[in-house]
Structure formats: structure tokens, C-alpha cells
Design a protein around this ligand. Structure first.
Ligand SMILES: [Zn+2]
Length: 196
């Protein structure tokens, strides 16, 4: 069995969410979980402290964990905003560089899923920002329409990692395929049942 490990980078900084109820809900949920005994008091306090100190992403810890355990993961970063993904491309760039420097893969956490021009714009922005030519996409909230995969292929994406139920996911037939065919390391397939 092969397993794909991906990290969708939805949040980078507390300040990106200061005008939303999002963080309040996060604190409230932590308090409820603490009261219900699902996490310890110190865990609840740590979560609240992290929000107040603008430390809501744990990318460094994730990178370190994946490296320590030999997990060849892919981190997907947003190049546009929507559905609580609020950070800027400038804010994402140093993290993209950091993940790449660690030897792990990066790609786009797509926001646009039904607008060919917007999809291409996100692709091109990431290409310029990362300096990469070959990278894939994984949609924020895994949104998808009938046109999405075709738009992604025409924009130049190497693969899509949003859908888990494509038939013949490894076929390159003009449509996007579903593997991570980076030649410099093992090929990782997303859809295990039809693994050939
Ligand atoms: Zn997301």
C-alpha cells in the first residue's frame, strides 16, 4: 500500500482572521473540548496562547516531524483568498521556500475551481513565486466542478490531488492524472485500489 501525505495550508497568521468570527469559534471549541475532557486544561491554554501570540501555524513542527519520520509529504499553499484562506502570496513565499529547502514538495491549494482564467492565474503566480515548472494542485475544501480538471490541465498543472475517485487515475490521456510522478523520488499514488 502506498499512502499520500498532504498538508493543506489554510492558515498562516492570526492577524489574517481578525475580522472574522473564525478565531472566536476556535477558542470556543477548545473550551468546549476542554470542558468535555477531550483535551487537557494545559492544551486549551496553549491553543489560546498561540492565537493571542499569532502562532497558529505549525509548519516548522510539521516539516520537522515529516523529515524525522521519512514522510515525503506535499504542502499546498493558497495563491488566492476565499473561504477563510486569507493570507497573501508574500506571506506564503517564505514558507514555500522553507518547505522546498527541506526537500519536501509544494503545490497550489487552489481557490478558483470553475474559472479558467483565475485557475491559470493561481498556477502562474505559484510558478513565479516558487520557480518550479512541475507542480500540482489540491483544491481548498476539495471543490470541483465538471470543468475543473480540464481547466487545471490546460493551466499547466502536473496533477490534481483533490479527487479520490477518478477512474484510471494514472492514465495520461490529455486530462489530468492522479499520481505524484516526481522522478527524483518514489512515485506516490493517491488512489490505492486501482494501483497497477
Ligand atoms: Zn483548505
Amino acid at each position: 500500500m502506498r499512502i499520500i501525505v498532504t498538508h493543506d495550508v489554510d492558515l498562516l497568521n492570526t492577524r489574517d482572521h481578525r475580522f472574522e468570527a473564525f478565531l472566536v469559534k476556535r477558542v470556543a471549541r477548545s473550551l468546549v473540548e476542554g470542558a468535555a475532557g477531550r483535551c487537557s486544561r494545559s492544551e486549551v491554554m496553549q491553543r489560546v496562547r498561540e492565537i493571542l501570540a499569532d502562532r497558529i501555524n505549525h509548519l516548522d513542527a510539521l516539516i520537522g516531524f515529516d523529515l524525522a519520520h521519512g514522510v515525503r509529504s506535499t504542502f499546498f499553499f493558497g495563491m488566492a483568498n476565499g473561504l477563510h484562506l486569507n493570507y497573501s502570496r508574500e506571506a506564503a513565499k517564505p514558507w514555500v521556500v522553507r518547505v522546498m529547502a527541506a526537500g519536501l514538495d509544494v503545490g497550489v491549494h487552489g481557490i478558483s475551481y470553475d474559472d479558467p482564467e483565475a485557475i491559470r492565474e493561481e498556477h502562474d503566480a505559484f510558478q513565479a513565486l516558487s520557480g518550479l515548472d512541475r507542480f500540482g494542485n489540491r483544491m481548498h475544501y476539495l471543490r470541483m466542478s465538471d470543468r475543473t480538471l480540464g481547466c487545471l490541465a490546460r493551466a499547466g498543472y502536473l496533477y490534481d490531488s483533490s479527487v479520490e475517485s477518478l477512474e484510471a487515475p494514472f492514465r495520461r490521456d490529455g486530462s489530468i492524472h492522479h499520481a505524484l510522478p516526481y522522478s527524483r523520488r518514489k512515485v506516490y499514488y493517491l488512489f490505492v485500489p486501482s494501483l497497477k
